[in-house]
Design a protein around this ligand. Structure first.
Ligand code: SAH
Length: 213
């Protein structure tokens, strides 16, 4: 578990690439510059860690592309101390970026193998999520609601109602919606039943699957 000068240098190059692609939030760029992404991948794949690419992890899942992580994180507008829910813990990389921003993070994963691995790994790096949950993200986390923001890191065929209803007024849901290709969609809760909806760029995620495995 080493983070060397070489890694730090590669990370700064990655930050420059993401900035070039249009990410402007300095806090988000700083967080990407801090999280040692190579440690979230099996050691054989070290060379890939600081390319702006998604990559396979365990259980047929992927660690999202750094640009995608930055894009979604920027839309969340996380402030220190915000209560944030993530659906799809996966490798824990996005979770670590949110922790860097000072989020009180709750994250749900449906794959037992990944849940176990990441639950052990994140604290080792000093990223203490409030709670990692093995469960079905379609349901959200009603016992901890409402949240300042919710981020879905898998492609959702539709927008799960519980996620909208678990937002604070003023809260933000960032969710890629679609089957083969997804449209990044931002919902801002304006009132009890009022939501503002913004459809943004296209992305390609692994699917949000129902129930746990
Ligand atoms: N945020 C992750 C990206 C992982 S890919 C990272 O930074 O590495 C998406 C993840 O969503 C996968 O781990 C997948 O198992 C998980 N997932 C899919 N459907 C889910 C569901 N209904 N509830 C919770 N997690 C789900």
């Amino acid at each position: 578990m080493k983070d060397t000068f070489k890694h730090k240098g590669l990370r700064q190059q990655l930050v420059a690439i993401i900035k070039n692609k249009g990410i402007i939030d300095e806090n988000v760029l700083k967080a990407i510059g801090k999280v040692p992404r190579h440690l979230f991948m099996d050691s054989g794949f070290l060379d890939h860690a600081y390319q702006d690419k998604a990559f396979p992890i365990a259980a047929d899942q992927t660690i999202s592309q750094p640009y995608t992580v930055a894009y979604q994180t920027e839309l969340l507008q996380v402030k220190k101390g915000d209560k944030v829910l993530e659906i799809g813990t996966g490798s824990g990389y996005q979770a670590a970026v949110l922790c860097e921003l000072g989020a009180k993070l709750y994250s749900i994963e449906r794959q037992k193998e990944l849940f176990k691995k990441t639950s052990k790994f994140l604290p080792k790096l000093g990223y203490g999520a409030k709670k990692l949950i093995f469960g079905d993200g379609y349901k959200g986390l009603v016992e901890e609601a409402p949240f300042d923001s919710i981020i879905v890191t898998a492609g959702a065929p539709f927008v799960p109602k519980p996620l909208l209803s678990q937002l604070k007024i003023g809260g933000r849901l960032v969710i890629p919606v679609g089957d083969d290709i997804q449209i990044m969609t931002l919902f801002i809760r304006k009132g009890e039943k009022a939501f503002e909806k913004h459809e943004l760029d296209q992305f390609r995620f692994v699917p949000l699957l129902e129930d746990k495995n």
